[in-house]
Write a protein that binds this ligand. Structure first.
Ligand SMILES: Cc1cc2nc3c(=O)[nH]c(=O)nc-3n(C[C@H](O)[C@H](O)[C@H](O)COP(=O)(O)OP(=O)(O)OC[C@H]3O[C@@H](n4cnc5c(N)ncnc54)[C@H](O)[C@@H]3O)c2cc1C
Length: 544
C-alpha cells in the first residue's frame, strides 16, 4: 500500500473555512433533529444547514440500522462486509468530532430509525426532523415508516417553543426530506424522472447545455452547543459500537491495496486536497483514469461519495477553482463527466424503481439461459477462474474493498458473457464487498454491463486478452495480486498455461476474436438446493 499521501491538516482546515459561512440570523426558536443517513459530512449538507437555519437547537442523530447487517435479497450474502462496515464506523466517528469542533455533537444509536427517532423527538419536543431524500426501495421504506411514526406524535405548540408557530393548539412532528446527493439538483434537470432519456449521452448533453449546478451550502464554523439537560433527557450521546459489537469480524484492508481508505469527511477532503492540489494529478486524470495499479491513476473519491463524506458539488467547485488557478483541460472536464454518470444512475433509479434489481433489468429483458452454477460462481468469487486478470481483480476486491473501474467492467463482462452467470450474483457480491457500494451506481452499472440496462449496445464484450494487452501489458497488476506469477516472463503472466490454474471455461470469443461457442450452453443450471445454501433467513425485503 502506498504511504498515505493525504493533504496536510492545514490545507484541509483551509478547505473547511472556504466552504463555511458567516453567522446568519436564524429564523426560529424551536428544536430540530438532523437525521444523518448517507450524508456523513458537515460541508455542503443542505439538510443540516436547514435544520440549523430554522431552529434554535439542532440535535444531530445517526441510527446504525441493524438491517444494514442482514443479508442481500436473492443470494443471502452479508449485506455489508467488514471492510465497508469499518469505513462507516470511521465516518460516524469523524462526523462526531467534526460536529464537536463546531461546538455541537452527534447522538448515535443502534436501532431502526423508525423506532429511535420518534422517541428522541418526543424526548426533546422537536417539531421537525430534517434528512436527505433517498431513491431506492429499502431506504424509501424507512422514510415512510419514520414519517408515519412521527405523525403519531402530537405536541402542544406551547411545548415546542417555536416562534414560527402560533402559540395555541397542537401540532404533529414532521419529516422534511431534502434532495442532496447529486451534482445537479433533481429539480434543476429539465426532465421529470419518468421522461429521463435512456441513453447517457442524450441525458448528459441536455443537462450540460441547459442546467446549472447549485452552490454549496455553507454552515458557520461555530454552532450553538447542545443543552446538557436535553442530552441527559435522552440518555446521553451514545457510544459508537465497534465491529465485534456488531457481530462482525475485525479485518484490516490489505497493505497491498492502492491506498488505505479511512472513512470520514476529514479523510475525504484530505484525499481531494492531495489529488487536486498537492500532487496535481487532476491535470492528467483523463490519460491515467483507466489504470489498475497505484493510488493516483484515478481520484478514489468513490467510497467518500457513497457514504456522503464528500459532496459532488464541493468537488465541482474545487474543479472550477483549479481551472481558474492552474489549468482547464480535458481532464478537468472528465471528472465532471464521470460524476454525471453517478447522477444519471441515481435519477434512473427513480425512473425504473425496483426493475434495476430484477433479472431483466430496466429493459425487462427475457432471457432464459442465465446460469446460477454454484461451482462457477465460487470460482469467480474466490479468484480461481484460471484467468489472471479476473482473479487478480477479485483478490484486490476481497482484500481491500476496492477495484478499478477498468477491472469492474472486465470482471462484469467475464461473469456475464464468458461464464453466463446470473448478473445479480455478481451485483450482490459487489454489494457485500465494495467500500463504495451505492445501490444506484452498483445496480445501474451491472444492468448496463449485463445488457439489460441502459447501454445502447446490448452485447458489449470485454475481451480478456485485449484488456490485458491494453491496460496491463507487462503483467505488473496481475503479478502484484498473484505473486506466484511474478517469476514468469512478463509476456506469459496473463496466459501462463500449466504454471497457473486451468481456465474454468474457454473465452466466448477465444483468444483472438474468433467466435467461440456460447459458454452458457455447457454450464450446469442453477439448482434450487444449491441456491438455498447461499441464503439465510435475514434476507432483505426489498426488490420484489
Ligand atoms: C459492475 C460495476 C459496478 C460498480 N459499482 C459501483 C458502486 O457500487 N459505487 C460506485 O460509486 N461506483 C460503482 N461503479 C462505478 C466505478 O467503477 C467507480 O465509481 C469508480 O471505479 C470509483 O473509482 P474512482 O473514485 O477512483 O473513480 P474516478 O474515475 O476518479 O471517477 C470520479 C467519480 O465519478 C463517479 N463515477 C465514475 N465512473 C462511474 C460509473 N461508471 N458509474 C457511476 N459513477 C461513476 C464516481 O463517483 C467516482 O468516484 C461500478 C462500475 C461497474 C462497472
Amino acid at each position: 500500500m502506498e504511504a498515505s499521501d493525504h493533504g496536510s491538516s492545514k490545507a484541509v482546515g483551509e478547505l473547511c473555512k472556504r466552504y463555511s459561512g458567516p453567522q446568519e440570523t436564524r429564523q426560529s426558536s424551536g428544536v430540530a433533529i438532523m437525521w444523518f443517513r448517507n450524508d456523513l459530512r458537515v460541508l455542503d449538507n443542505e439538510a443540516l444547514f436547514r435544520a440549523w437555519k430554522f431552529s434554535e437547537v439542532v440535535l444531530p442523530v445517526f441510527c446504525l440500522d441493524p438491517r444494514l447487517f442482514g443479508t442481500t435479497h436473492y443470494f443471502g450474502f452479508p449485506k455489508t462486509g467488514e471492510l465497508r462496515a469499518q469505513f462507516i464506523l470511521e465516518s460516524i466517528s469523524d462526523l462526531r468530532s467534526r460536529l464537536q469542533q463546531r461546538g455541537s455533537d452527534l447522538v448515535v444509536r443502534y436501532g431502526m430509525p423508525e423506532q429511535i427517532l420518534p422517541s428522541i423527538v418526543e424526548g426533546v419536543c422537536a417539531s421537525t426532523v430534517y434528512a436527505h431524500k433517498e431513491t431506492c426501495s429499502e431506504e424509501l421504506l424507512v422514510e415512510k415508516n419514520v414519517k408515519q411514526a412521527l405523525k403519531k406524535l402530537t405536541f402542544l405548540k406551547t411545548d415546542l417553543k417555536n416562534a414560527l408557530l402560533p402559540a395555541q393548539g397542537s401540532v404533529n412532528a414532521r419529516l422534511e426530506l431534502i434532495w442532496g446527493s447529486t451534482l445537479y439538483h433533481l429539480k434543476d434537470i429539465h426532465f421529470s424522472p419518468a421522461k429521463l432519456p435512456d441513453v447517457y449521452t442524450q441525458f448528459r448533453k441536455a443537462v450540460e447545455s441547459t442546467c446549472k449546478i447549485r452552490s454549496c451550502f455553507k454552515l458557520p464554523l461555530s454552532l450553538a452547543p447542545l443543552p446538557k439537560d436535553m442530552i441527559d433527557k435522552i440518555g446521553g450521546i451514545g457510544k459508537i459500537p465497534n465491529l465485534s459489537e456488531l457481530g462482525l469480524t475485525v479485518r484490516e484492508q490489505s497493505a497491498s491495496g492502492v491506498m488505505r481508505f479511512t472513512g470520514g469527511e476529514t479523510e475525504g477532503l484530505a484525499r481531494l486536497e492531495d489529488y487536486f492540489w498537492a500532487k496535481d494529478y487532476l491535470r492528467s486524470y483523463k490519460e491515467t483514469r483507466n489504470g489498475m495499479l497505484g493510488s493516483n491513476y484515478s481520484t478514489k473519491f468513490s467510497p467518500w461519495l457513497a457514504s456522503g463524506c464528500l459532496s459532488p458539488r464541493l468537488i465541482f467547485e474545487e474543479v472550477k477553482r483549479y481551472e481558474r488557478e492552474r489549468i482547464a483541460n480535458e481532464s478537468t472536464y472528465w471528472i465532471l463527466f464521470e460524476l454525471l454518470w453517478r447522477d444519471y444512475f441515481r435519477f434512473l433509479s427513480i425512473k425504473y424503481g425496483n426493475n434495476i434489481f430484477h433479472l431483466g433489468g430496466p429493459r425487462k429483458v427475457v432471457q432464459k439461459s442465465w446460469s446460477q452454477s454454484k461451482d462457477l460462481f465460487e470460482a469467480w468469487r474466490n479468484g480461481c477462474t484460471g484467468y489472471p486478470l479476473i482473479d487478480a481483480n477479485m483478490k484486490e476486491l476481497s482484500a481491500t474493498g476496492f477495484m478499478s473501474n477498468r477491472g469492474r467492467q472486465a470482471f462484469c463482462s467475464f461473469m456475464v458473457r464468458d461464464l453466463g452467470l446470473d448478473w445479480r450474483m455478481g451485483a450482490e457480491w459487489f454489494e457485500t464487498c465494495l467500500l463504495d457500494y451505492d445501490p444506484c451506481s452498483n445496480y445501474g452499472n451491472w444492468t448496463y454491463g449485463a445488457g439489460v440496462g441502459n447501454d445502447p449496445r446490448e452485447d458489449r464484450y470485454f475481451s480478456i486478452p485485449k484488456q490485458a494487452q491494453s491496460y496491463d501489458p507487462n503483467g505488473d497488476y496481475v503479478a502484484h495480486w498473484l505473486p506466484e506469477l511474478s517469476k514468469l516472463p512478463k509476456a506469459a503472466r496473463h496466459f501462463p498455461g500449466k504454471d497457473y490454474i486451468k481456465p474454468i471455461v474457454p473465452l466466448k470469443f477465444g483468444m483472438g476474436g474468433q467466435i467461440h461457442r456460447d459458454s452458457r450452453v455447457f454450464l450446469g443450471g442453477y439448482q434450487k438446493d444449491s441456491r438455498k445454501s447461499f441464503q439465510n433467513s435475514r434476507a432483505s425485503e426489498r426488490r420484489t
